[in-house]
Design a binder for this molecule. Sequence first.
Ligand code: NAG
Ligand code: NAG
Length: 515
Amino acid sequence: MKMKLLIFVALLGLSLAQHSPHTKHGRTSIVHLFEWRWADIAAECERYLAPNGYGGVQISPPNEHIVVSSPWRPWWERYQPIGYNLCSRSGNEQELQDMITRCNNVGVNIYVDAVINHMCGSGGGEGHHSSCGSYFNAHKKDFPTVPYSAMDFNDGKCKTGSGNIESYNDINQVRDCRLVSLLDLALEKEHVRAKTADYMNKLIDMGVAGFRVDACKHMWPGDMKAVFDRMHNLNTHWFAGGSRPFIFQEVIDLGGEPIQSREYFGLGRVTEFKYGARLGNIVRKWNGEKLSYLKNWGEGWGFMPNDKAVVFVDNHDNQRGHGAGGAAIVTFWDSRLYKMAMALMLAHPYGVTRVMSSFRWDRRIVNGKDQNDWMGPPSFSNGSTKPVPINPDTTCGDGWVCEHRWRQIRNMVIFRNVVNGQPFSNWWDNQSNQIAFGRGNQGFLVINNDDWNLDVTLNTGLPAGTYCDVISGDKNENRCTGKQVQVGGDGRAHFQISNMAEDPFMAIHAESKLC
Ligand SMILES: *[C@@H]1O[C@H](CO)[C@@H](O)[C@H](O)[C@H]1NC(C)=O
Ligand SMILES: *[C@@H]1O[C@H](CO)[C@@H](O)[C@H](O)[C@H]1NC(C)=O
C-alpha cells in the first residue's frame, strides 16, 4: 500500500512537471508571435517582451515545410512538414539558435509549435518546393531528410473509404486516418517515436522551454506519452536541473465528441477552447449572455481544471474561422470588445494565459466564411516574410497587428504579474453587464458593457491612495497619463465609466499607485 502510494506520487510529480511553463521573474503570460521571423522575435524579446513582463513566446513551427505558391504563400504551409531540418519561412537554424539564446538571456522563454501528427498533404507533390529546398515525394510518402518512408504512416490502419477522417464520432478514424489529407504518421512505431523525439530533443538542447503540440486529438495519448517520456530535461544553462519541458496540447473539445481534453491531462496542459468561445458570446451579449454570469468563471463553467488549462481569447485558427468557436470569437478586428475580453482574461486567475499577436489580411466574408482565410503573413513579392518594423509611437507597421503592444493589453499582462497568486475577490455586479472584481489587495478591474453609464462606489480591497488607471494611460515616473482613482482608507473607490468610452473599463494595481 505504502509502496503503491509512493509510486503514484512519483508518477504524479513527473507528469505534473510538464504542466509548468517555467516562466521567470514572476512573469505569467505567453505571447504567440504568429509567423514572425526569428530575427524579429529575438529583437522583440530584448526591446519589448522582457521590459514589459511577458514570460514567453510561442513561435510558428521551425521545421522544414512545404512551400505553396499558387497564387501566394498561405500561413498553413508551416503545418505541412517535409522534415525536421530547422529551416522554415521564419529563418534558418542559426537564426533560430540566436533567437533562443537572446530571448533566454533576457528571461523570455521560447515554446515551439511542434507538428508531429502528420507530414504534408497527400497531394503535396514531388520535388524541392520546401522551405530549404530539400527533396520529398508526398505521393510515395518519401521524406528522405528524416527519413520517413511509406511504412511510417497509418494508412493501413485507417478504415474509411477516402483515407481521411470522415466522422469525429469514431475515435479510430480521428486518430488513424488523415486529417484533411495530411499524411498521418504512425506514432506507434519505434522509428517514428525516435525521430519525433530527436526533433524535440534537438530543440530542448538548443534552449527552448517547451512545446505547443499541434493536432493532439488526432494522436493516441499513449503514443504521445512514449515520445514525451524520451524528452530531455531543459537546458541547465537557463533552467533549473531536472526541469521538464512545458507541454501544452492543442485539443479542440467544445463538448459533444467522444475524444475529450481530460485524456491528455497526464501529459501536460491542454488548450481550453471553451474559454474564448464562451467569452466571445458574453462580451457580444449574444444568446442572452451577460458579464454578471462571470461570477463563477472558470471551472464553475465546466472548463477543465485550472492547473491543466491554457487559455486565450482567440488563436491563429479561430481568428480566421478555422478550428472552433465560429463567429462568436472576438479578435483584433473587433478591437473594442477584444480589449475588454483580454482584460477579463488577464485579470482572472484561471489558467495559463496566451496573448495572440496577428498579421492583418484582406478579410472577405461571404455567407459567414472568410474567402481569404488562407492568406499568409506580410511578404515580399518573392514570397519571403517581411520584417516587423516598429513605428515611433511603438505600434508595428507593414500589416503586423502587434496586439501584445496595445497599451490596454500590455498593461493587463503587467497587472496579471502584479496580482499573481492573489485570490479572486470583491466581486460586484449589477445583474447585467457592469461588473468588478479584484485580486486580493493587489489589483482591481471594473467593466461597463451595458448601454448606460456606470457610476458606483465599490470596495476594491486595495490600500488607500491615488492610483493610475492603466487602461486609459500609463504611470510614468510618478505621473499618470490617464484617469486617476482615489481609494479611501476603507478600500472603497468611486468609479464612473461612460458606456460611450473608447475603452469602457478601468484597472488599477499595486504598482500603478502614485506616491
Ligand atoms: C526577397 O526579397 C526581399 C526584398 O527585396 C529580399 O530582402 C530577400 O533577400 C529576398 N529573398 C529571397 C529568398 O530571394
Ligand atoms: C446596473 O443595471 C441595472 C439594471 O439591471 C440598472 O438599473 C443600474 O442602474 C445599473 N448600474 C448600477 C450601478 O447598478
